[in-house]
Design a binder for this molecule. Structure first.
Ligand SMILES: [Fe+2]
Length: 373
């Protein structure tokens, strides 16, 4: 199984996970074979990526940090809360609290090997996906640092709702593909304070948990917003949410740009250690999260192409890879990147071209379209 870009080239490919509409209705079941009409249907619902089974990704588990059901539960909880808020009612916090507990439960069951964080949800809901991923990342960092359960619950709630102020921002500016003007940027910056006020006034969130919303854009050296707080003034919740937020934002596709290469994100965040971000939190994040989650297709120097098959506890930068194409490759070869330091990763491939998939599938047993489950 792997996550692939939704495009016509996926015709004949089998969905690996069910797909739901915004209101939670089942749109397509797992195992459905995609055709042009279904691809258009998903595109009309804003989907840009889907989980598929194909020969390249045979026997690979996505290994998402949380289960599919938990992700759906969190999406529904967030959706209901925002919906109620918009209609002028107080959101039911028990749904959010249950979703946070479900995430904590899933994370506890994970091994020490780094975990994948996937974005396979529709574009319109990118703020939801972002919020859930920031919640998962924040809790993963806190869990690795052995935070007590009660404090993790506050963190999880705050992180899940850290961007809630964005519901008060105009959509055309939020989704603007180009660079924001100064005025637009100043307006967007108000989401932190507005979200904090919403959490205090409308949600039954503690003043402590609401710090995630207020402080997630603050930086240790005072260069952040809205209050230019410095290290000792920023709460631990604000610091942890900031690290998770920046990592998630940089590694996901955004309306105005593509995801940034994880090693560049690492370089950026390492550079900001103890000036912008808490160094311990940055180190914990990069030892906890898989930089190249299972199913990612990578190209290497020397014209090799491979797919990540599993993570290696020795390094979150160097997983196991199945090399599927390259000089001298006649059948797939599994290698440990950790043990092959000369294999230099060049790019994350958006997808593997249909022609290449066809050719490789034939070479590897002729299962181009009828992939085994
Ligand atoms: Fe934000």
């Amino acid at each position: 199984m792997r996550v692939a870009k939704l495009q016509d080239g996926l015709e004949g490919t089998e969905l690996a996970l069910p797909i739901h509409s915004d209101d939670g209705r089942l749109l397509l079941a797992a195992g459905t074979k995609l055709n042009k009409r279904l691809i258009r249907l998903l595109q009309s619902h804003g989907y840009t990526r889907v989980a598929i089974n194909d020969p390249i990704s045979n026997n690979i588990d996505l290994d998402d940090a949380i289960t599919f059901e938990t992700r759906l539960q969190a999406e529904k909880a967030l959706g209901n809360a925002v919906d109620k808020l918009v209609r002028g009612y107080s959101p039911d916090m028990y749904e959010i609290a249950d979703a946070v507990d479900a995430i904590m439960f899933d994370l506890k069951r994970k091994s020490k090997v780094s975990m994948g964080i996937y974005s396979i949800h529709s574009f319109d809901e990118s703020t939801f996906t972002h919020s859930i991923n920031v919640c998962v990342l924040s809790l993963a960092i806190a869990g690795a640092l052995d935070w007590p359960t009660s404090k993790m619950r506050e963190l999880g709630t705050g992180a899940m709702l850290h961007d809630v102020g964005k519901i008060l921002m105009p959509l055309p500016i939020l989704n603007k593909p180009g660079k924001l003007t100064n005025e637009e940027y100043e307006l967007i910056k108000t989401h932190a304070e507005k979200g904090w006020q919403l959490l205090l006034d409308c949600f039954e969130v503690s003043p402590y948990a609401s710090k995630s919303a207020l402080e997630h854009h603050e930086r240790l050296d005072g260069s952040g917003y809205p209050r230019n707080l410095t290290s000792s003034e920023i709460s631990d919740l604000g610091k942890i949410t900031a690290v998770a937020d920046v990592y998630e934002a940089m590694t996901a596709d955004r309306p105005h740009r593509k995801a940034i290469f994880p090693e560049l994100v690492y370089a950026h965040m390492s550079e900001g250690k103890d000036t912008q971000f808490d160094g311990t939190l940055v180190d914990t994040l990069f030892s906890t999260v898989a930089l190249f989650p299972n199913g990612t297709i990578l190209s290497f120097e020397g014209d090799y192409v491979g797919v990540v098959t599993k993570q290696d506890s020795r390094s979150s930068f160097r997983p196991y890879v199945r090399i599927i194409e390259g000089p001298g490759i006649v059948k797939p070869v599994e290698i440990s990147l950790y043990e092959e330091p000369d294999m230099k990763i060049k790019l994350i491939l958006d997808d593997y071209s249909p022609e290449s998939r066809e050719r490789i599938s034939k070479a590897f047993g002729g299962e181009a379209t009828d992939s085994p489950r």
